[in-house]
Structure formats: structure tokens, C-alpha cells
Design a protein around this ligand. Sequence first.
Ligand code: HEM
Ligand code: HEM
Length: 177
Amino acid sequence: MSSKNSTSSYGWVAKTFHWGMFFIILGQYWLGGNFKNEAYQGMGLGGYHFSVGLLILFMILLRFTWRAQNPVPEMPDGTSNLQAFAAHGLHMLFYLLLFALPAVGVAIVQAKGGTVSFFGLFSVPRFIEKAESTAELVVSMHGIFAKITLFCILLHIIIALYHHFGKKDNVLRRMLP
Ligand code: HEM
Ligand code: HEM
């Protein structure tokens, strides 16, 4: 299998990003819902939520760079312009959300006066001052972005399954390992 995408299928790099990030993002939702908000230091569940979130931020930047240098597989025959636009739009929205969601997460920790560490290896430089008003704003943004992303994921899965079982085209198969 080729590392690069072709006009008909995804290469192994895009597939590895896709499925690797899928499982990491699932874990990240679990961590987000289960860590105690007070734990802004050390490597408790909160520390893992922040570190994994940073990992997602790095991965989405690499993944976007990779995508920009690859052909995007063509839509199946008979796809309308509107459908193609919607599919492309939802994919681009994922890139935007998976950048904004962790970036806002970093802002929460900094606005609360904490430090974001990447698995204890290094810390993110401070770019937001400690302020309760900022913290309130970014906490609500983080919650809303997390919900919008989850909604998009569910929609994306339903569409993928519809392609495979309803339209019986190769859209799901070309993203599978
Ligand atoms: C794609 C990456 C991320 C996802 C999917 C995600 C998801 C979540 C979810 C579902 C919650 C619970 C929200 C709620 O109870 O309303 C949460 C809370 C939180 N997340 Fe994230 N998160 C991500 C990245 C990050 C990053 C990178 C950081 C910090 C470096 C971070 C910091 C926080 C904090 C501090 C809270 C608690 C907010 C509060 O005070 O209620 N998150 N996250
Ligand atoms: C965290 C969850 C997910 C995210 C963020 C996500 C994101 C994406 C993105 C951005 C693309 C565009 C290709 C690329 O740039 O890599 C894509 C393609 C695709 N995804 Fe997902 N995905 C997720 C989960 C799933 C799941 C669970 C399925 C299967 C049920 C799935 C099926 C597909 C398929 C079939 C394509 C190819 C679409 C096409 O060829 O036009 N995805 N996904």
C-alpha cells in the first residue's frame, strides 16, 4: 500500500492518522469527563487530559500538512456538487475544531494559573494571564466545541455507514486498513 493518497484511495499515512486519532480522541473524551477540575498540576487524569490534548494538537497540524500535499480521493460517480461541498466542508471543520478545542483547553489551564505540561517532558510557554473572567469564557467555549465536535463525529459515522450499507460504494472501504 502506498504512503500517499491516490485519486481513488487513502494511503497508509492518512489511514494511520485517521484511525490512530479516532482512538486517541475517544480516550480524550473519557478523560475530559472524568478528571477532577481542581487537578491542574502533576500527572493525574487531568495531567493526562492536557498532555493527550497537546498530542492531538500536534497531530492535527502534521495531518493537515500531510493532507495539503496529497491528492484527495475523488467522490463516487453521481456525487452532486452540493454533496461534495458538504463532505469537504465537514472534513475541514474537523481540522478547525481539532485545532481550536485543544488550543482553548490550554487557555483554560493558563487562565486558571496552571501550567500545561506534555507528559512531564516540557511545558507550554505562558501566553495567557491568570484571570477568572478569561477562565469562565474559555471553559464554556471548550465545552461547546467539545459538543460540536462530538456531534460532527456522530454525523460523520452515520454518513460513512450510509455510504457502505445504503449506497454500497467504496467510500468506507478506501479509509479502512
Ligand atoms: C481534542 C482535544 C480535547 C477534547 C476532545 C477535550 C474534551 C473535553 C471534555 C469533553 C471536557 C468536559 C467538558 C465539560 O464538562 O463540559 C473537557 C474539560 C476540560 N478540558 Fe478538555 N479536551 C481537549 C483538549 C484539552 C486540552 C489540550 C486541555 C489543556 C491543556 C484541556 C483542558 C480541559 C480543562 C481544564 C477542562 C475542565 C473545564 C472545566 O473547568 O469545566 N482540554 N475537555
Ligand atoms: C474522532 C473521530 C473521527 C474524526 C475526527 C474523523 C475525521 C475525518 C477526516 C478529517 C476525514 C477526511 C480525510 C482526512 O483528511 O484524513 C475523514 C475521512 C473519512 N472518515 Fe473519519 N473521522 C472520525 C471517525 C470515523 C469513523 C468512526 C468512521 C467509520 C465509521 C470514519 C469514516 C471515514 C471515511 C469512510 C472517510 C473517507 C471519506 C471520503 O473518502 O470522502 N471516520 N474522517
